[in-house]
Design a protein around this ligand. Sequence first.
Ligand code: MG
Length: 250
Amino acid sequence: MVILKTSREIAKMRHAGRISQRALQAAGKAVEPGVSTYEIDCIVREYIEKQGAAPSFLGYGGFPASACISVNNVVIHGIPSRNEILKQGDIVSIDVGAYFEGYHGDNAWTFPCGDISKEAQRLIDTTRESLFEGIRQAVAGNRIGDIGHAVQEYAEARSYSVVRKFVGHGVGAKLHEDPSVPNYGMSHMGVRLLPGMTIAIEPMINQGDFKVRILNDGWTTVTVDGKLSAHFEHTVAITPDGAVILTSAD
Ligand code: MG
C-alpha cells in the first residue's frame, strides 16, 4: 500500500533527508587512497548521531554498519571493513540513510578514489545523469514505469546495463515502503504517481552485464562478470509543483 504524506510530513522528511545528504557528503570527502571503508562508516555514524538522528541501516535486517560501501565490482550492500583499504582508481559507492523524528532519508553517490580511468568516470557520470533523468519523470500524473524507462533508456543508449534484481522504493516512516521503483520498464505503465508520494530513485548501472550475485555474507552484491558498477540515489517527493529532492544539503 502506498502511503501518501502530508506537506507537514514531507517537511519532516526534508530534515531526515538533509542529515543523510550531509553525512553522505562527509563520507565522500573522506574517500582517498589508504582510507579503510570502516573509517568512512565511522564518519557517517558520528555525523548522523551528532544531529540527534539514527543511521537507518545500522541493524536493519541485521546489517552490521551505518553505511553500505560498495567498491568497484560491488554493486550495493558492501559491508565496511577495517581490512578494506581504498586504492587509487577505485570507484566507491556509498549509501546512507538517516532516521530523524519518525522519518527516513535515503541517498547514495559513487565517488572516485584519487585519479580514476576515463571508463570509470564515464560510468559514474552516466549513472548520475540517469538518476536525474528518472527524477525528471517523477511528476504527478506520470507512472512508475516512466521513471524506470527514462533511466534505462539513458543508460542503455550509452551501452551500459541496468541491474534488475534490486530496485528503488517508497520511503517514509519505514525505510522501504511501496511502491517498488524499478530502474527499467515501460513508460505509461505501473502505479500512478500522486502528490504526497515519497520515493527513493536509485539506479544501479553496470559496465558489463546486468546480472549480479550475493556473496556468502548475505549482503555484498557483486557483478557476475566482475566489471564495475555505480549507484546514485535521492529521496524525492512528488508534489503539485513537480519532483522535490528531499535528500538535499540545504
Ligand atoms: Mg534505497
